[in-house]
Design a protein around this ligand. Structure first.
Ligand SMILES: Cc1cc2nc3c(=O)[nH]c(=O)nc-3n(C[C@H](O)[C@H](O)[C@H](O)COP(=O)(O)O)c2cc1C
Length: 352
């Protein structure tokens, strides 16, 4: 078995802001330890670690799909004695003649985040069924696809994006995760994949140079309106629809979110196999959970008040109890493919 080839494919799993919160230790030719970590010490979107857990779930699912290409199945166990912020997994590869190559294998490196407008061609029933089957049996999907429904989501995202753009906690993350003048980035998001036109991007780069500039733009220049229209409102209309993947009950534990990440990756790879693109729209879900759990993630009172309004708004869109059971949400649609993308750290930098 070629473990290196499996890990080399697995590193293409998605992670929040391309943080790749995993390192690999090869213990035996058929045994890898995945040393995970969360990014709560610097990422305001990850203060409960759950987005990192979702990324780790996506990684484990990708390992399993990659191993199927070599006729092996995986057995995964999480080390219960590892610190909470360092989820650690033993992954064993077991050669098994009954294991067939997973049809999602070819989609692992082709899956990509599309943050620009997509086609509004509606999903076919077959596409929707294939996507629903990909997350079954534990998870279910709710859809919002009509123009009126997409407009409702667009308004919600426009409302929520104000939080992202007016808090110093999010500002420092954005400063860190964008790599400028690039269409590829190994460990961040290249500016050209953010979804802005060159002029607005220039403006954003200047603004992100100093928090005082953000405060000035927001106060006197209605600074959040343009980016919210370009990054949130317009793309939310320009797609086939929005999906909400939810658990049977309100998810709580690390394992719940790891399982969610595994299902999310099957969903996203299935979309890729169908020739569809996705963009996660996770921040309203994340901020709503902070509000429900009373996690004050910002010093800005108006942003906190906005977050407190989100659980109710999400309930009005997705219904109750489904809104509180959400683990993954985003938009989906047919091409075109993005021209810029995040790549990954080389395998040798991920090995310990
Ligand atoms: C938990 C999680 C949350 C994410 N949230 C968002 C999001 O809210 N908006 C967005 O555009 N991308 C989001 N992403 C996508 C990542 O930024 C993306 O997967 C990463 O930068 C790697 O790029 P790639 O998917 O193009 O390979 C999220 C990914 C994960 C795993």
């Amino acid at each position: 078995m070629n473990i290196e080839a499996i890990l080399d494919l697995s590193r293409w799993a998605p992670s929040g802001d391309n943080t790749q919160p995993w390192r690999f230790e090869v213990v035996d030719p058929d045994h890898v330890v995945v040393h995970g970590h969360d990014t709560q010490d610097w990422v305001v979107y990850d203060i409960d670690g759950h987005p990192s857990h979702i990324g780790l779930g996506a990684l484990l699912e990708t390992m399993s799909i990659a191993a199927s290409g070599q006729g092996a199945r995986t057995e995964v166990s999480r080390r219960l004695d590892a610190p909470a912020d360092r989820p650690t997994f033993d992954v064993r590869f077991i050669p098994d003649p009954a294991t067939k190559s997973n049809p999602l294998l070819d989609s692992i490196t082709r899956r990509v985040t599309q943050r620009r407008p997509m086609s509004t061609r509606p999903l076919t029933d077959d596409e929707r069924s294939a996507l629903e089957a990909a997350v079954d049996p534990r998870f279910r999907i709710a859809w919002k696809e009509t123009p009126a429904e997409r407009k409702k989501i667009a308004k919600l995202l426009f409302f929520s994006a104000e939080i992202r753009l007016t808090t110093p906690e999010a500002f420092t993350v954005h400063q860190h995760i964008i790599e400028w003048n690039k269409n590829q980035s190994e460990d961040r998001i290249p500016d050209q994949a953010v979804g802005l036109d060159p002029m607005t991007l220039k403006m954003m780069r200047w603004t992100l140079g100093d928090w005082k500039r953000v405060a000035f733009m927001n106060r006197f220049m209605a600074g959040t309106v343009m980016p919210r229209i370009t990054l949130d409102y317009r793309p939310a209309l320009a797609c086939a629809g929005h999906f909400w993947i939810y658990d049977r009950e309100t998810p709580q534990s690390t394992d719940d979110y790891v399982e969610a990440g595994r299902a999310m990756q099957r969903f996203w790879l299935t979309a890729t196999e169908l020739g569809l693109f996705c963009q996660p729209e996770m921040t309203p879900l994340i901020f709503a959970n902070y509000a429900r759990r009373n996690k004050r993630f910002t010093v800005v009172e108006s942003a906190w008040q906005r977050a407190l309004a989100l659980p109710d708004k999400l309930e009005r869109i997705w219904g109750e109890p489904v809104a509180a059971q959400g683990v993954w949400t985003g938009r989906i649609g047919a091409g075109p493919a993005p021209k810029a993308r995040s790549t990954r750290l080389p395998l040798k930098k991920l090995m310990i």
